[in-house]
Design a protein around this ligand. Structure first.
Ligand code: SF4
Ligand code: SF4
Length: 295
């Protein structure tokens, strides 16, 4: 009944092996309420469509400047400026570019079409695979997310939701009956740390964890370990104590920091961040510490 609800996505990745049980079809929803400095998907942060500019491919022919009705592009030899605030994402410049230096990020799809895409991979879902809704933050498009999940369940698919937990509790409560597993990020326990490095307080994230755990939802906690951010022994112990007290997760995985690479950031003109130091506690040590606390 929800098949025709539409939403904005920026990628469908087939055969993912890190987004839940088995082989997954991962759907990346546009928009995220957090600004984690180490984000690997800067193209998914803004809720609307976005023009990506791959400057190394630009030959400065000026066609985009000539065709754009909004005056977004300023092209001169060796330079390509973009005034993003004026862009209406009409796509005319991308269609005119002879080198493929421009493309729009963000495609509107119906829930039915998303699930039909996933069903193409169903023959490979032999070891518990299914569809994973990710992002960005998929709960930022709650009606579309609910539509994808309910349609997927009607089609007999296993469902997972990859979330930062910074979402209205009602939305999480509403989707929980149609979600086989939550891949739930716990990035920090200390509020100031969370605010500094993600741009938002974590009280809602911690309280939503308790709510979902209380509902009996399967919670696969993921802790991105970031040098100079949350890799101190104290912070890891704080996270472990929170999980002991709020309810043990079904699984817990420490995800080591990897540089997201600067090219994606440059294409969408988002500021780049790199940690200024190495791990104090290594990801392997952090995993051992947390496993010991939670078993
Ligand atoms: S997408 Fe449209 S409005 Fe945006 S820069 Fe290109 S031509 Fe201009
Ligand atoms: S049309 Fe393409 S190659 Fe030409 S200036 Fe614009 S981005 Fe560069």
């Amino acid at each position: 009944m929800y098949k025709d609800v539409t939403g904005l996505i920026f990628q469908i990745q087939r055969f993912s092996v890190h987004d839940g049980d088995g082989l997954r079809t991962t759907v990346f929803f546009k928009g995220c309420p957090l600004r984690c400095r180490w984000c690997h998907n800067p193209e998914g942060l803004r809720p609307g469509a976005l023009l990506a500019v791959n400057r190394p491919l630009c030959v400065h022919c000026g066609r985009c400047q000539d065709i754009c009705p909004q005056g977004v592009h300023s092209v001169s030899p060796g330079m390509h400026g973009v005034s993003r605030a004026q862009c209406r994402t009409c796509g005319a410049c991308a269609a005119a570019c002879p080198t493929g230096a421009l493309h729009l990020i963000g495609q509107r799809m119906s829930a039915g079409d998303v699930v039909r895409e996933a069903l193409r991979d169903a023959p490979f879902y032999t070891t518990g695979g299914g569809i994973t809704c990710s992002g960005g933050e998929c709960t930022m498009q709650p009606e579309f997310l609910l539509a994808v999940l309910t349609t997927a369940k009607e089609a007999g698919l296993n469902t997972a939701v990859d979330t930062c937990g910074f979402a209205p509790s009602d939305v999480l409560r509403q989707i929980a009956p149609y979600t086989d597993a939550f891949l739930y990020d716990v990035k920090a326990y200390t509020p100031e740390l969370h605010r500094t490095f993600t741009g938002a307080d974590n009280a809602l994230i911690l309280s939503n964890y308790r709510t979902l755990h209380g509902m009996g939802a399967r919670l696969d906690v993921r802790i991105p370990l970031i040098p100079t951010v949350n890799d101190s022994e104290e912070e890891i112990l704080r996270i472990g104590r929170f999980l002991q007290e709020a309810g043990r997760p079904h699984a817990l995985k420490v995800i080591p920091y990897h540089s997201p690479g600067h090219a994606k950031y440059a294409q969408v003109d988002e500021p780049i961040w790199e940690p200024e130091g190495r791990f104090t506690v290594t990801p392997e040590e952090a995993q051992r510490m947390l496993d010991a606390m939670l078993t």
